[in-house]
Design a protein around this ligand. Structure first.
Ligand code: WT7
Length: 654
């Protein structure tokens, strides 16, 4: 995109001023930025008062780049902070979770008092199985309340959870168990997805063939399917947990005690074990949840539509919301379990006030059509959030208009597994919002956009997103590999955390995330973001989803290859493709510039996505460049890749 085009595009962008109605009752006041800026370390110390401490910290930050310690001489218990404190404060009868099953009509209501009892019992059971402070425990579970209970019980004992998404394969599970030497696994017999019982336990059995150090497996009965049983190693949850005492006396741990590990894919095949410690993490998840989602514990019903197998589930289903004592919806199924309006039914039934989800899901819901949300009363909603990837303005506007009735503020929250909590976002009632922009750093967080040399770029310019000061919930490293931690995040720009994302500041100085920098293309010396081309394609009325990669090209350095899903059935997609392909090429040339005109457009009924819903661009790049395909263990449906490889030859253009 040329400078002029970029400017034109940014100028066209709409800006929504902060809602005055919202501002009146907002948790955050406009002075919050200045207050935090005046002394961000002191500001975070004040925020740490959201936690209940066994021993108050006297220290705040110790910074030995790139290793931070926050509140290091304080002592606390994470599970007490999420559960016991609310019961102690007389709020035991408040609903913590409305759990909604995959099957319509099945649900559970769990109050904070219920949760306290369940966590106490699970803590005793884990102790009986031999779990001690510092031990790593893998959690491989569907979206059922026991998953949250297990996490809280593990941290209550000072053990470390490593939640592995229930959709991962046995291989992925065993490599994660081995990497952090987990000696215990909590799992379920199976999971329900769109009414079908899918087994989970066989994957554990398979994985454990190569994990001799695993001593005990705790199994929740969810589907009631047949399971193989290893005597002495396997234990039913309902047998060993239910018989335990419902009171548990907690121990207290230092602020920097390791709390959990979460694996995330990097540029190499080996996933990185990102680990987080206790007090800094809890402080930032609680603070961000309070201000960004503007939660009122008495009245809000929060729904983070994510899986606990990802950092979003950890921070904004488990720890942030529970510390803040809110009521939540936890949903087991898929967006169309029981029908394409299932989400809207749930929102209507439980009067959800806050919905937090990912752009890819919003686009799916959008593809299904607005008649589904229209047929339900969504007027309880007052705030919407998005996370995980840059959101295309079309999806943002659709979300605002069709789900948020044109009035709910949308918080586009940028963060990472590594950052632990939200880092860049608008604040509802305070900052303006722009479709597609994360806008600015959260109070107390220092973010910059820098050029290749690490110098700050000016307004209207692009570069790399960096974080210039330590923050409480920052990862304390890659489990067992401090060198890789330094190398990956701290070596690109001296003293700055390199996020791996491209970003730009618009003319107002507001921040836009442009996707991973490994996805930035260079076409004949022009820098183009895959995201921008995708935005353009998705802006065409016939396009449902698009993924764009830069494939190497002898002439132009890189050339654009686009994989596009049309809003048509798979059969219709396969009919006469030439006219629509040409139309899309012209469309992209028009929207961005002729430089952005894709060399090749491949129509495909589906895009390959990770199990967390991210489009696997690396894989598409491999397909586009006819390379041998790399690791596909995180892929939702590996056959999609073969199908797309097969389609490559079918584009008859150029
Ligand atoms: C990467 C981190 C944070 C929880 C889910 C993802 C991308 C995340 C946004 C956003 C643009 C975003 C970035 C980031 N990303 N949120 N609001 N706008 N991009 O966690 O799997 O660790 O992925 O997701 O590229 O680096 P993750």
């Amino acid at each position: 995109m040329t400078e002029a085009k970029l400017e034109a595009w940014l100028e066209e962008t709409r800006s929504f001023p902060p809602s005055a109605a919202f501002a009146k009752q907002a948790n955050a006041q406009p002075s919050i930025y200045a207050e935090a800026d005046a002394d961000s370390v002191a500001w975070w110390r004040t925020q740490a008062d959201r936690l209940v401490w066994h021993k108050e910290p006297t220290k705040t930050l110790e910074w030995d780049i790139p290793f931070a310690k926050w509140f290091s001489d304080g002592e606390l218990n994470a599970s007490v902070n999420c559960v016991d404190r609310h019961v102690d404060a007389g709020k035991g009868d408040k609903v913590a979770f409305h759990w909604v099953a995959d099957a319509e009509g099945e649900s559970r209501t769990i109050t904070y008092a219920d949760l306290q009892k369940l966590v106490a019992q699970a803590s005793h059971a884990l102790t009986e199985l031999g779990v001690k402070k510092g031990d790593r425990v893998a959690v491989y579970m569907p979206m059922i309340p026991e998953a949250v209970v297990a996490m809280l019980a593990i941290v209550r004992l000072g053990a470390v959870h490593s939640v592995v998404f229930g959709g991962f394969s046995a291989d992925a599970l065993s490599s994660r168990i081995l990497d952090s030497d987990c000696q215990f696994v909590v799992t379920a017999d199976g999971a329900f997805r769109r009414g079908t019982a899918a087994p989970l336990k066989p994957a554990v059995d398979e994985a454990l063939k190569s994990c001799p150090n695993v001593k005990a497996v705790l199994v929740v009965k969810r589907t009631g399917g047949d399971v193989e049983w290893t005597q002495g190693r396997d234990h039913w949850w309902h047998e060993i947990v239910a018989k335990q005492k419902t009171e548990h006396t907690p121990e207290y741990f230092p602020a920097e005690h390791t709390m959990f590990i979460m694996y995330t894919s990097g540029t190499t095949a080996k996933p990185k074990g990102i680990f987080h410690t206790t007090a800094g993490y809890l402080t930032q998840v609680a603070t961000t949840h309070y201000y960004i989602f503007d939660v009122k514990a008495e009245t809000d019903v929060c729904w983070t539509a994510a899986d606990i197998g990802w950092i979003t589930g950890h921070s904004y289903i488990v720890y942030g919301p529970l510390i803040n004592g809110v009521t939540q919806i936890m949903y087991e199924g898929l967006p169309d379990s029981g029908g394409k309006d299932r989400w809207w039914k749930i929102i209507e039934q439980y009067k959800a006030t806050i919905l937090y989800t990912a752009p890819t899901t919003i686009r799916t819901l959008m593809k299904w059509g607005e008649e589904f949300p229209k047929s339900h009363d969504l007027s309880s909603l007052r705030l919407l959030g998005t996370v995980g990837e840059p959101i295309n303005p079309e999806a943002w506007i659709w979300y605002r208009e069709n789900i948020g009735a044109g009035k709910c503020p949308i918080v586009d929250t940028w963060w990472q597994t590594e950052t632990g909590a939200i880092m860049a976002t608008p604040l509802p009632g305070i900052t303006a919002t722009k479709p597609g922009a994360a806008m600015r750093a959260f109070p107390g967080i220092s973010i910059d956009v820098v050029d290749n040399e690490g110098n700050s770029v000016g307004d209207g310019e692009g570069g790399y997103l960096v974080i210039t000061k330590p923050w409480p919930s920052m990862t304390r490293g890659i489990y067992g590999d401090p060198e890789r931690f330094k190398e990956t995040y701290w070596s690109r720009f001296a003293g700055k955390y390199f996020a791996g994302d491209g970003a730009k500041r618009d003319d107002d100085g507001d921040i836009w995330l442009l996707g991973r920098v490994d996805d930035v293309m260079n076409i004949s010396g022009h820098r183009l973001s895959t995201t921008e081309v995708e935005h353009a394609l998705v802006g065409h009325p016939s396009v449902a989803e698009a993924a764009v990669v830069g494939a190497s090209d002898d002439l132009t350095g890189q050339a654009i290859v686009a994989f596009v899903t049309l809003k048509l059935s798979a059969d219709e997609q396969m009919k006469d493709q030439a006219p629509i392909i040409e139309e899309l090429r012209v469309h992209v040339s028009k929207v961005i510039s002729p430089i952005a005109r894709p060399r090749q457009i491949i129509l495909t009924p589906e895009l390959p996505k990770t199990r967390s819903g991210k489009i696997m661009r690396r894989l598409l790049r491999d397909v586009a460049e006819n390379r041998q395909l790399g690791d596909v263990t995180t892929l939702m449906d590996p056959t999609v890749v073969n199908m797309i490889s097969g389609l490559m030859g079918s584009d008859d253009s150029e």
